[in-house]
Design a protein around this ligand. Structure first.
Ligand code: F0G
Length: 463
């Protein structure tokens, strides 16, 4: 049953009109896009749930902060405002900005990883995985087994399996493991949280072996909110206190600030010691810009400093997490198979269960993207075989364990009515699922390891 909905804790001050393209326009748009959701123009879409990255609405305080940007090349006031906010909210003494999250990854992995290294993770996000490969390393998934079972209920499906982590350290040794990383929340596994208890255990293991622990902290405030709601020992702490305690487990974090920190562009690396911080600076200067702006304008740094303070607002988080859960509940009532429990930033539909008659080689998650766009001009994204299937050494295709379709909810952007429309549309597609009898094959396909689904052209064929 649908829980009590939380009304929006904001009112609308500036309006951006969106229109619903008619059925013919949608068909034309699909053809122009080669049936790839990344190929659609924004104006072809009514509700855009492609990503929650950089797509949120800034507050009036953030818009005001933009005007305070100090655009000095080095040592700008705006950098020091960011540094203060990082210290207050996250407790780190050192911060270097980057233009977005993957830029922070480029700097961290480029600075610390050498050929043959192994990086244990719960699960890395695609760009993180890519940067590890790019530097000759290999990520090793050590998430708990429940993460791979969409129907199983577990409060912290993003947790690291401590036995798997210990086994990895025993196998590869400290020499080949320059760092351990945990993604909070675990985007690739359905936006699922990691408990504070688990992070502390991971941190203890890392300390015992003298290996630094990094967090990919893009959705750290949502993770802290889940901890407050689900971890008995933390119930009486504020989200802000839990977030600080979460950060205390780590030596450093990379952040895509386009998510929880509520800005449209930006990233950062925060670290606890000057020594670690200094390790990153040469590469930041090479790829991003001088160490006090890292590829961002002074005004971006101001908006980010303000966003970091806003992201721990519990009314905002209750609405945000509640809105995502609401979508999950409406879909669940309509019988649509989803990853449960709902994640923090997105609902993931189990496309393999939605279209059991479409083989994984025919890309069911991407067929679902097309059908949901056809039905209601809503854009989500397939995260299954098209994105993750890779050939092994013999050329045999290894398919991912999960075939998911993601609806990522933009922060402070859509109302609960939009959410109802999304659910109705998808339930309508679900009711006619048996009549969807086609698969997709690749036309033009770029030779870009792990990044194919952004650019590939698709062609429907009858099954
Ligand atoms: N880490 C996580 C957990 C992410 O979800 C993302 C981006 C990144 C790192 C990279 O950050 O985009 O600022 O360079 N995720 C987006 C998404 C793109 O749609 O999930 P970025």
């Amino acid at each position: 049953m649908v829980e009590r909905i939380m009304p929006e804790p904001f009112r609308i001050k500036m309006v951006e009109s969106v229109r619903v393209p008619d059925k013919n326009e949608r068909e034309e748009a699909l053809k122009r896009a080669h049936f790839n959701m990344f190929g659609l123009r924004s104006q072809d879409v009514y509700i855009d749930l492609l990503t929650d990255s950089g797509t949120g609405a800034m507050s009036k305080q953030q818009w005001a902060a933009l005007m305070m940007g100090d655009e000095a090349y080095a040592g700008a006031d705006s950098y020091f405002h960011l540094k203060e906010a990082v210290k207050d909210i996250l407790g780190f003494d050192y911060v270097v900005p980057t233009h977005q999250g993957r830029a922070a990854e480029n700097v961290v992995f480029g600075s610390l990883v050498k050929k043959g290294d192994v990086i244990p993770f719960n699960m890395p996000f695609d760009t993180t995985r890519g940067h590890i490969f790019n530097n000759g390393g290999e990520p090793l998934d050590c998430v708990i087994d429940e993460a791979y079972r969409p129907e199983v209920q577990h409060p912290f499906k993003g947790n690291v399996d401590i036995d798997k982590l210990e086994a990895a350290i025993a196998k590869y040794g400290k020499e080949r493991i320059p760092l351990v990383m945990v993604t909070i929340t675990n985007n690739s596994g359905g936006g699922q949280p990691v408990s504070l208890e688990n992070l502390r255990q991971v941190s203890d293991v890392c300390r015992r072996h003298g290996i630094p622990l990094f967090l990919d902290a893009a959705r750290m405030a949502e993770n802290a909110y889940f901890i407050k709601a689900r971890e008995e020992a933390c119930r009486d702490l504020s989200v802000a206190q839990i977030l600080k305690a979460t950060m205390d487990t780590a030596d450093a974090i990379t952040v895509s600030c386009k998510k929880d920190p509520l800005v449209n562009i930006g990233g950062m690396i925060c670290s606890r010691t000057e020594e670690l911080h200094n390790t990153f600076l040469p590469r930041v200067i090479l790829f991003e810009g001088y160490a006090t702006y890292g590829g961002l304008a002074g005004r971006d740094l101001e908006a980010l400093a303000q966003g970091l303070r806003e992201m721990v607002d519990e009314q905002y988080l209750a609405h945000r997490i509640g809105q995502v859960r609401y979508l999950g509940e409406l879909l669940g009532e309509g019988g649509v198979p989803c990853v449960t429990p709902a994640g923090g930033h997105a609902i993931f539909i189990d496309a393999a269960a939605f279209f059991p008659h479409i083989p994984q080689s025919a890309y069911p998650a991407d067929v679902l993207s097309i059908e949901i766009y056809r039905e209601g001009a809503i854009r989500g994204i397939g995260l299954g075989a098209l994105a993750f299937a890779t050939p092994d050494e013999t050329g045999k295709i290894i398919y991912p364990k999960l075939e998911l379709y993601r609806l990522a909810i933009n922060r402070r952007t859509y109302t609960n009515h939009h959410i109802q429309f999304v659910a109705q549309t998808i339930v309508d597609v679900y009711r006619r699922r048996d009549s969807v009898r086609y698969g997709l094959r690749e036309g033009y396909s770029p030779a870009l390891k792990g990044m194919k689904h952004f650019l590939v052209h698709l062609e429907p064929y009858d099954l």
